[in-house]
Each structure stands twice: as structure tokens, then as C-alpha cells.
Design a protein around this ligand. Structure first.
Ligand code: GAR
Length: 192
């Protein structure tokens, strides 16, 4: 039996990369329909880069500092295309993307965001959910469009908010669900 070629995914990170590692863990299953061919970052110090390299995943990093947004994104785009990337998974990539970059990857770029979108786009999602007195928070995976943290929601998981929650305790509870949800949604998308 010949197996289908796997979808070639790049994961873009800016920090510790725990979602990237969850995607990589799932990709280690021979039945996984995607493979991670590159982990790229706008921060050469991002901890996730070393974690990816330790698993034998190719990494690339370039600081965006001192560069115009479109100029930096064109560099990233060229690197992804050189690696034969077909899909992008943003995983804690804390950089607003240029419209040129987004339109070049339309329908093939996913993002994970720690709120029940359309609630709490942007930063400090957990603090804002707690401050609002919400009884439930969660995580969303969505397709990336030109508007920040917008675009069609592909899947969400709700997580309860308890009265004694802090942003950190809530973030930890949501993160567990992030790690479960993202590999599942990515696998579904690349096999549609
Ligand atoms: C995750 O919680 C992710 O949902 C969030 O950043 C964290 C990155 O953690 N993303 C955003 O807030 C995007 N707007 P990780 O580096 O351990 O995956």
C-alpha cells in the first residue's frame, strides 16, 4: 500500500512554542496527514526554536527589528516557499502580518487564539475574560484573514472559568485544550 504524501506545514512562533510541539508530537504518528518541514520565528531567541531543533525539525529565524513589515514578511515568504511549504500554522506568532503575506497564503494559514472568538481579540485574553465576569473562556482555531484574530473560526473548545482563577491559572487550563485542538484541526484541514 502506498501512503499519500503528507501536507508540508511550517509553524511560525515567537516564544516557547508549546503549541508547535503539540503539532510536532501529533506529526510523529505515521498516520498523521501533515509533516512539519520548518519552524520559523521573528525572534532568534525564541525558546521553541531549540526545542524544534532538538527534534530534528529544520528551523529558521530572523529578527524583524529595523525592517519594514512588508519587507520582513517577504523574507519569511521566500523562506517558506523555498522549503516547499503548503500550509502555515501560526502558533504564538506575536507579529501582525502584512496584507501581501496574508493574501499569498489565503485559505492555507491557520492561527490559534486563546479566547472564544469573536470575543477578546488581541492580547490579555484571559485577564479580560476574568475582568468581565465570564463563566467560560476557551480557545479558537481560525483561518487567517486581513483583520487581526478574525477570519472563519474552524473549531472552538470552551473551558470553565472558576471564581478563584487568575489569568495564569486560566491560561494553563486553556493551554491543555489548545494542545489537543490544534493538531486535530490542522489534520482535518489538510485532508479536506
Ligand atoms: C498560546 O496560548 C496561543 O494561543 C497564544 O499565544 C500562546 C503561545 O504559546 N496566541 C495568541 O495570543 C495569538 N493572538 P506557545 O508559544 O507555548 O504555543
Amino acid at each position: 500500500m502506498t501512503s499519500l504524501p503528507k501536507a508540508r506545514v511550517a509553524v511560525l512562533i515567537s516564544g516557547r512554542g508549546s503549541n508547535m510541539l503539540a503539532l510536532a508530537d501529533a506529526a510523529a504518528d505515521p498516520a498523521c496527514p501533515y509533516e512539519i518541514v520548518l519552524v520559523a520565528s521573528n525572534d532568534p531567541e525564541a525558546a521553541g526554536l531549540a526545542a524544534a531543533a532538538a527534534r530534528g525539525i529544520p528551523t529558521w529565524a530572523q529578527s524583524h527589528k529595523g525592517m519594514k513589515r512588508a519587507e520582513f514578511d517577504a523574507l519569511v515568504d521566500a523562506r517558506l516557499r523555498a522549503a516547499g511549504v503548503e500550509w502555515i500554522a501560526l502558533a504564538g506568532y506575536m507579529r501582525i502580518l502584512s496584507t501581501e503575506f496574508i493574501s499569498g497564503w489565503e485559505g492555507r494559514m491557520l492561527n490559534i487564539h486563546p479566547s472564544l472568538l469573536p470575543k477578546y481579540k488581541g492580547l490579555d485574553t484571559h485577564a479580560r475574560a476574568i475582568a468581565a465576569g465570564d463563566g467560560v473562556g476557551g480557545v479558537s482555531v481560525h483561518l487567517v484573514t486581513a483583520e487581526l484574530d478574525d477570519g472563519p473560526v474552524l473549531a472552538q473548545v470552551e473551558v470553565p472559568i472558576f471564581p478563584d482563577d487568575t489569568p495564569d491559572t486560566l491560561a494553563a487550563r486553556v493551554l491543555i485544550e489548545e494542545h489537543r485542538l490544534y493538531p486535530r484541526v490542522l489534520a482535518q484541514m489538510v485532508t479536506r
